[in-house]
Ligand binder design. Sequence first.
Ligand SMILES: CC(C)(COP(=O)(O)OP(=O)(O)OC[C@H]1O[C@@H](n2cnc3c(N)ncnc32)[C@H](O)[C@@H]1OP(=O)(O)O)[C@@H](O)C(=O)NCCC(=O)NCCS
Length: 414
Amino acid sequence: MSRALEGVKILDMTHVQSGPTCTQLLAWFGADCIKVERPGVGDATRGQLQDIPDVDSLYFTMLNSNKRSLTLNTKSDEGKAIFTKLIEHCDVMVENFAPGALDRMGFTWERIQEINPRMIYASVKGFGPGPYEDCKVYENVAQCTGGSASTTGEIGSVPLVTGAQIGDSGTGLHLALGIVTALYQRNQSGKGQRVSCAMQDGVLNLCRVKLRDQQRLAHGPLTEYPQYPNGEFGEAAPRAGNASGGGQPGWIVKCKGWEADPDAYIYVITQAAAFAGLAKAIGREDWLEDPEWNTPAARLPRLEEMFNEIEKWTMTKNKFEVMDILNPLNVPCGPILSMKELAEEPSLRETGTIVEVDHPERGKYLTIGNPIKLSDSPADVVRSPLLGEHTDEILHEIGLSDDDIANSKSAGAV
Ligand SMILES: CC(C)(COP(=O)(O)OP(=O)(O)OC[C@H]1O[C@@H](n2cnc3c(N)ncnc32)[C@H](O)[C@@H]1OP(=O)(O)O)[C@@H](O)C(=O)NCCC(=O)NCCS
C-alpha cells in the first residue's frame, strides 16, 4: 500500500521539539524527510537528558522517527553549494531556528524562491511579527505567553504550565497542516509559499475557550467556575482548578488507594442528561426529588458539595471500578492514567499509538506512533537515524559523485 505523502521531499532543518514533531508527522505519512544536522554535533537533543551514556537520547529518538540524517555545515562555501542543490531537489523546507538564522546563512525567502519557485518554506518561531519577534522561545515560554499558564492552576495560586507540550508539539502539528495545505494549493498554482506558525499563536489557538470566557466575563460571572457564586472574579479569565472547560460541571475526585497512589483519581462530568443515574449510583436518589438539587441551575451554587458527595462514593472503589460502573450510565468520566499505565496499555500497542522500536545503539525503546490514522496510508514507525547515517546516500541522490563527496568531506562540509 502506498503512503499518502510518498514522493514529497522534505528538507528538514529542524531541531529540538517543535519542528521535529512537524516533520516526523509528514514522514509517518510517507514523505522523504532529509534531516540536515551540523557535522559532529547534530540536533542538540541527541545529547540532552541522555539515559544511556553516548547514545542518542529518548528526547531525540522519539521525535525523529522515519527520517534520514545528513550532516552538512551550511555556513561553509562547499556546504552552501550542497544546500542549494538540496533546495532544488526538495518540495518543502522546514526550520525552527532562532529568528534570522537562515537569512544569516544567506538563504532568505527571496533567495530560496530564486533557487526553487515551487519550494514551500515553513517555519516555527516563538512570536509572530511584533514587539517580541526576535526572541528565542521554548515550550514553557510559549505556554506562558499564549494564555495557557494564566488560565491553568489552582484558584488563588501560581500560574501552572502543563505537561502537554502544546507550545512545541502543538505548533509542530499546526505547521504540518499548513504545509499539506500549501502542497495542495501548489497543485493548482504551481508555486510554493511561506508557511509560518508562531508558538504564541498556536498556544492561543488551543486556549480559545479561555478567550471565550474572557469575553463572557464582560456580561457577568462565569457560573461554571468554582469562583461562582461566592468567590471574586477579576478583570481576566481566572484559573479554575480542575473545573470543566465546557458547560457541564466536572472535577477530579479521589478513588480507593489515593493515600498511597498519586494517580488514584478519576475525572467525573455531571452531565445533566446522565445525572439521575449518577445520583442513584452514589446513593443520593434524594437529590432527584429535591428542588435544591434536581436541575443544573439549582446545582450550580453547590458544585463543591456535590463533588464531595461523589467523592465519598468514588473513594470506596478503584478508578477502573468507577469507570466500569459509570460508563454504562453514560456518565462521562476518565481515570487519571499514569505514564506507566499508558506504556503498558495493550490497546494502545495494538493501534500503533505506542510502538516498540529497535535501535542499533540503545536497543528497544517505546515511542509514540502516528496518532492520526488513515485507512489507506500505513504509518509504520522506523527508528531515528544515527548522526549522518544517510549522508553519502543522499549526496548521491542529488547528483554528487564519489569524488565530490570525498572533497566535501575533506573540506569539513559534510
Ligand atoms: C529553540 C531555540 C531557542 C534554540 O536556540 P539555539 O540553541 O541558540 O539555536 P539557534 O536556532 O539560534 O541556532 C544556532 C546556530 O546554529 C547554526 N546552525 C544550525 N544548523 C547548522 C548547520 N547545519 N550548519 C551550520 N550552522 C548551523 C544556526 O545558523 C545558528 O547560527 P547563528 O546564531 O550564527 O545564526 C531557537 O532555535 C528558537 O527560538 N527557535 C524558534 C522557536 C522554537 O522552535 N522553539 C522551540 C524549540 S522546541
